[in-house]
Design a protein. Structure first.
Length: 367
C-alpha cells in the first residue's frame, strides 16, 4: 500500500511511504494499524477503512496544536506518551489516515492490569504491583493529562485498556488520541464516545452527549482511574447499599445519586466493601477524593494539575515506608502513619500470614 505522508502547511516536503499489509498490528471498528518506517524511524500507521471515516480537519488541528508531552526523553531515547498524529497520510488525493509514534507493547502493559485480579497476576514482577510503582504511575498520568488540558484538549472517553504503562520507566502512553475532544484554531472537534463507569454525575443527570463534555468530565474520569489504581480496581461508587435503590444500580447512577461510600465522613446510605483500603491512604489523598466524589459541584473537583502536584509531593517527601511486620518487601509498603494494606487484606482473608510473611519465614529458616 502506497501513501503520501505530509504535515499540513508543509505539503512541499511530502514524502512517499509504503506500508505492507503483512505488518498489521491490530484493527478496530473503523481502522487498522500497521507498523512502518518513515524517515528512518519506526512508526505506526493508522489507516481508516474508508475515506468517509477520516476527519481530516480534526487531524490537521491535532498536528497544528500538539501537546508538549508527546515524547519524553530518557537517557537520550524518546519514549512516546501520546499516540498523537505526526503526519497525515494521503491516498490518491484523499486523506486516508496518519502516522503516529510506535508503542512497544512488549515493554508495557495496560492500566487495567491493576483493576482485574486475573490480569494483575500476569504482571512480570512484584515490583510492578507495589504501591510505590502505583504512585509514580499516578504522577506521570496526571502530569500528562495536565499537559493535554493546557493545550485545550480533553480525552473525554477513557478506557484503562487504552492507557499503557512502561515497565522500566513507569511512564504512561495514551492511545486512540484521535477520539479526544480537540481544540482547533477556530473550532472544537468533539469526542464522539463515552465509556460507562467514567461518566461524571452532572453528565448523567443532564443526559449530556460526549460532544457537550469538557474538562470537568476529564477531571471526574481521572479521579476514578486514580481511585481504582490505588484500590485494587474498586470503583469509587462500589459499595453495599443499606437498602436497595432501584434507581441507582450502576456506578454511574450511584455517582449521580451521591452514593459515595469511601468518604472521610461515613455515608448514611452506603457502606464500603470490606476489601477497600481507602482508610489506609494518607489524609490529603482522601481529602482530594472527597472533593472529586462528594461535592456536587464540578468546580471543586481536583484538576489534573492539582493531582500531579499532590503525587509529586508524596514522592518528593517520601510518604511511603516499609511495613513493620514484613519489612523490605515490595508488597508491604504503606503510607507513613497508616497500617499496611497487604497485612490488612491478609487478615481480612482469614490468613495469619500472607505471601510476604511466608517468604520472610522461609528466609529465616534457611539461615
Amino acid at each position: 500500500m502506497n501513501f503520501t505522508a505530509y504535515h499540513p502547511g508543509d505539503e512541499a516536503r511530502q514524502q512517499g511511504i509504503t506500508i505492507n499489509e503483512s505488518d498489521k498490528l491490530g484493527s478496530g471498528a473503523t481502522a487498522t494499524v500497521y507498523k512502518a518506517k518513515y524517515r528512518g524511524k519506526s512508526v505506526a500507521a493508522k489507516i481508516y477503512d474508508n475515506a468517509g471515516q477520516v476527519n481530516a480537519s480534526k487531524l490537521a488541528a491535532m498536528l497544528e496544536n500538539p501537546p508538549g508531552s508527546i515524547f519524553r526523553q530518557i537517557n537520550g531515547r524518546d519514549y512516546p506518551q501520546l499516540a498523537w498524529p505526526q503526519y497525515m497520510l494521503n491516498d490518491s488525493g484523499s486523506a486516508a489516515g496518519y502516522l503516529m509514534p510506535m508503542v512497544n507493547v512488549t515493554q508495557s502493559f495496560s492500566l487495567d492490569h491493576y483493576y482485574d485480579r486475573t490480569l494483575f497476576r500476569r504482571l512480570r514482577s512484584r515490583n510492578e504491583g507495589a504501591l510505590s510503582f502505583k504512585l509514580e504511575i499516578a504522577r506521570n498520568l496526571t502530569n500528562l493529562v495536565a499537559d493535554l488540558h493546557r493545550h485545550g484538549h480533553h480525552f473525554i472517553d477513557v478506557k484503562p485498556q487504552n492507557i499503557r504503562v512502561f515497565r522500566r520507566t513507569h511512564y504512561v502512553v495514551l492511545l486512540d488520541c484521535d477520539g479526544f475532544s480537540i481544540s482547533g484554531r477556530s473550532e472544537r472537534y468533539p469526542a464522539e464516545l463515552i465509556s460507562t463507569d467514567y461518566i461524571s454525575p452532572e453528565a448523567t443527570k443532564m443526559k449530556m452527549c460526549p460532544a457537550d463534555m469538557g474538562e470537568p468530565q476529564d477531571c471526574y474520569a481521572l479521579a476514578v482511574l486514580l481511585f481504582q489504581l490505588l484500590n485494587g480496581g474498586t470503583h469509587p461508587y462500589q459499595g453495599i447499599l443499606k437498602w436497595p435503590r432501584k434507581t441507582a444500580n450502576t456506578n454511574d447512577e450511584k455517582a449521580a445519586a451521591g452514593l459515595y461510600p469511601h468518604g472521610i465522613k461515613e455515608n448514611a446510605l452506603i457502606l464500603p466493601r470490606p476489601q477497600s483500603v481507602h482508610r489506609l491512604w494518607d489524609d490529603e489523598t482522601r481529602r482530594l477524593f472527597d472533593r472529586a466524589f462528594i461535592r456536587s459541584s464540578s468546580k471543586v473537583r481536583p484538576t489534573a494539575k492539582q493531582w500531579a502536584n499532590h503525587f509529586n509531593t508524596l514522592i518528593k517527601n517520601k510518604a511511603l515506608t516499609d511495613c513493620a511486620e514484613v519489612p523490605k518487601d515490595v508488597d508491604h509498603i504503606r503510607f507513613r502513619g497508616k497500617d499496611c494494606p497487604a497485612c490488612y487484606r491478609a487478615a481480612l482473608n482469614g490468613s495469619t500470614q500472607d505471601e510476604g510473611q511466608k517468604r520472610q519465614s522461609k528466609a529465616k529458616k534457611k539461615k
